[in-house]
Write a protein of this length. Structure first.
Lengths: 408, 359
């Protein structure tokens, strides 16, 4: 069905360019019980994302031009988002030898990342940055000092102290951000820092940008909306008061994510970063997991939140609270990530938004195989009505039907 | 506890162990207006002072039962208590077992050694098995913080947390409160020092969550690496302070609780040496003399004598350590009674789980 923009606008819906997610986990090949490329692409459309970038922490890792070409050459269903692939920085993502970065870039890698396993060896990371510069593709870096975060399973602070859970200090991220910025400056390379979660990290990037560094960064919807109190059972968004919000069970593994949910002050700093454009993009870090990885003790559970389908509602919540203008947030979902990746946004990709629609995510209704989100059963405001790829409506939600019911 | 006190037993139970109603009479009416609504005992962090008092009053009644010639009362006859210990523990397990048996419950043990837990069965599988077995109460000890919540969300049984990771050990907190109050009276305005590895201690967390609501102030002392950073830097819980220097913490204190020091802390870089720890934060006779005269010394056990506590202190006149063990049985009886005796009866039937479930 071709897209009739005016018909949607006449109903009072907002029409903006399709969202670009520069950080998505599609789990294929290797972990198809958690997600497949097809289910991930469908989940993306439901969330308003028309372009997504799949991370290479698959099995095998996307570290060879052969595998990358195979993935790019597959025929994909029409009811899904466009897919780019991020290639690994090091062979097998083991942090020891560089992958064939020039050939990977030639084969179509949109960026390089060892996401989840940051390159610890600073000299090797410097080499990676030099090669990334030569290839014209950015490095997407998950900044984390692994020795400092150690066995932490949540943010280290008052809540972890109360719950008796091992913490990851904010400094584990900030120390790595500082190192990465120094190395990027040395190499003169473009560096993208992904899912920054602390006030200190944002401040480091702000100063580096003021000094003219070629650095960009993103934050996730969950870090913009939730705090470490969620691990203790809070379900109050950062802009809500505890009394007016529902409560969940403490130690719910759906709140376990890396980087961890931080404090309210960190959340405010991320929004301030968005507002002054220190933060270039909002990226989901969509991390679907099969229930066997999550339905276990908190400290045994896998890290990650399934985020594609709830991203829009979370960021609109902050907009409604007045924490950043709508235009800034839409830019961070569209032009911002495209600039960070150095790609052109495809023409004819649109998303139709009902800013006021109330809805409740239900596990069975998520297109993603990953039902691991603490938002199941939580009322959200703001929903994707339709998603358009290449001027074709590829997804149309049930909002119309719901509306019809409520008006009867 | 001996046959030489028949009068006590007679006063409460009518001589020989009587019907459950005797016990219920003994308990009911002690605090009119206070109702027990908890389905589980997972953590005392959200308990009111009244709820804590209810358990302590109930404990007093149980101490009385334990002093009878035949230490057994019938209120949990026909009820099953499953002791699921996924982490090795002798003292707490035996204490719960004695408590359950003193109330005539049937007791089933599932321990880590020799069970499918060791063969890599998931906690979810174990919970399904527990659910199928249909115990009225599941007592769980687990190495992962929060595991009792996981079980409580997925079973119909009442769940008692017998210690989870670094998180909580509610029965220890309650027995410490009971023991301390027996020794020093009302806790309002009293200052209790907890010294040692606070960071990894579920006992410390539960002691704080039980003693502070009863009016006590708690001073934490120990090496900086073993105190949660938030509690050292201004985000300390209400009623709690941190004093790194043990001598200053002990000056004029009303009681001290020493925690067990795991030797692994030295290897993991959190301590220069166990020897240094012992000199700086160990309880010696001179040190404990800084407290108020006669102020008691407690330890949750098992002790490393000569490391966190000198033998002379552990076994000296101030020590309440053996009383803690004895009272532990009574506290656990009290909780088992409150949770299980009312199931299906007028006390607790149909009352909602205080942990709200997600839709």
């Amino acid at each position: 069905m071709s897209f009739d923009r005016r018909a949607f606008e006449a109903k009072g819906y907002l029409v903006v360019p399709g969202f670009v997610d520069l950080h998505t986990h599609l789990r294929e090949p290797g972990f198809e019980d958690s997600e497949t490329i097809e289910t991930g692409r469908r989940a993306a459309l439901r969330g308003g994302f028309t372009t997504i970038c799949a991370m290479p922490n698959t099995e095998p890792a996307i570290d060879s031009p052969g595998l990358l070409k195979e993935l790019l050459g597959r025929g994909y269903g029409v009811n899904g988002a466009r897919v780019h692939f991020v290639a690994a920085i090091t062979r097998g993502r083991k942090g020891r030898e560089l992958a064939d970065m020039v050939e990977l870039a030639d084969a179509g890698a949109v960026a390089f990342s060892d996401d989840g396993s940051p390159v610890e060896d600073a000299r090797l990371f410097r080499s990676a940055l030099e090669y990334a510069r030569a290839s014209g593709r950015p490095i997407i870096e998950h900044a984390q000092d692994l020795a400092l975060s150690a066995k932490g399973v949540m943010h280290e602070g008052a809540v972890s102290a109360r719950l008796g859970l091992p913490g990851m200090p904010a400094a584990a991220e900030e120390a790595a951000v500082a190192r990465d910025l120094a190395l990027a400056k040395l190499a003169g390379a473009r560096l993208h820092l992904t899912h920054l979660s602390t006030a200190g990290s944002v401040e480091l990037v702000r100063r580096a940008k003021a000094d003219g560094a070629l650095v960009t960064c993103d934050v996730t919807p969950h870090h913009l909306a939730m705090t470490d109190e969620w691990v203790a059972g809070s379900r109050a968004f950062a802009w809500e008061t505890e009394e007016r919000a529902p409560r969940g069970a403490p130690f719910d593994s759906s709140t376990k994510v890396n980087p961890p949910l931080r404090t309210g002050a960190d959340v405010r700093a991320l929004w301030a970063g968005l507002e002054d454009r220190t933060v270039d993009a909002i990226a989901t870090d969509h991390a679907p997991h099969a229930s066997v990885k999550k339905d276990v003790e908190f400290d045994q559970a896998a890290f990650g939140i399934s985020g594609l389908e709830t991203a829009l509602a979370l960021v609109l919540g902050g907009v409604r609270a007045g924490w950043a203008p709508l235009e800034t947030v839409i830019d961070a979902l569209t032009s911002g990530p495209a600039r960070a990746l150095g790609i052109d946004r495809p023409k004819g990709d649109w998303v139709v938004i009902d800013r006021d629609a109330e809805w409740m995510p239900r596990a069975a209704e998520l297109a993603s195989k990953g039902k691991n989100t603490p938002l199941i059963g939580r009322t959200l405001i703001g929903r994707v009505v339709a998603t358009v790829v290449g001027e074709e409506v590829r997804y149309e939600g049930a909002v119309h039907a719901a509306e019809a019911v409520s008006r009867r | 506890m001996s046959a030489s006190k028949p009068g006590v037993a007679g006063a409460a139970g009518g001589g020989a162990p009587g019907r459950g109603s005797d016990l219920r009479k003994l308990v009911a009416g002690r605090r009119p207006g206070v109702k027990w609504i908890r389905r589980h005992v997972l953590d005392t962090d959200d308990w009111s002072r009244e709820e804590i008092e209810t358990v302590l009053d109930q404990t007093r009644a149980m101490v009385e039962i334990l002093s009878r010639p035949i230490r057994r009362a019938p209120p949990l006859r026909g009820r099953t208590v499953i002791l699921f210990f996924a982490e090795v523990s002798t003292r707490t397990r035996v204490s719960f077992e004695l408590a359950a048996k003193a109330l005539s419950a049937d007791v089933v043990n599932i321990t880590a050694t020799g069970s499918s837990v060791e063969k890599g069965e998931s906690l979810l599988d174990t919970v399904r098995t527990l659910q199928a077995l249909g115990g009225d109460v599941v007592v769980i000890r687990h190495g992962s913080s929060g595991a009792p919540y996981f079980v409580a969300e997925r079973t119909e049984s009442a769940v008692i947390n017998a210690g989870d990771g670094w998180h909580a050990h509610p029965t220890q907190g309650l027995l410490d409160a009971y023991t301390l109050r027996e020794a020093v009276g009302e806790l309002g305005g009293k200052r209790v020092v907890i010294v040692g590895d606070i960071l990894h201690s579920r006992v410390a967390r539960s002691d704080i969550n039980t003693l502070v609501p009863l009016g006590a102030r708690v001073t934490l002392s120990g090496p900086p690496t073993l105190i949660p950073v938030a509690w050292r830097c201004g985000e300390v819980p209400a009623g709690v302070t941190y004093e790194p220097e043990l001598d200053r913490a002990l000056d004029g204190a009303d009681a001290v609780i020493a925690l067990r020091l795991q030797r692994e802390r030295q290897e993991s870089g959190l301590l220069p040496s166990v020897r240094e720890y012992s000199r700086v934060w160990g309880l010696s006779e001179e040190r404990v003399a800084r407290m108020r005269p006669g102020a008691p010394v407690m330890h949750p056990g098992p002790m490393n004598e000569g490391i966190e506590i000198d033998a002379a202190v552990a076994h000296g006149s101030r020590s309440l350590i053996e009383k803690q063990v004895a009272n532990g049985v009574a506290v656990r009886m009290a909780l088992l009674y409150l949770l299980a005796a009312g199931v299906g009866g007028p006390d607790g039937a149909g009352l909602p789980n205080p942990i709200e479930k997600r839709g």
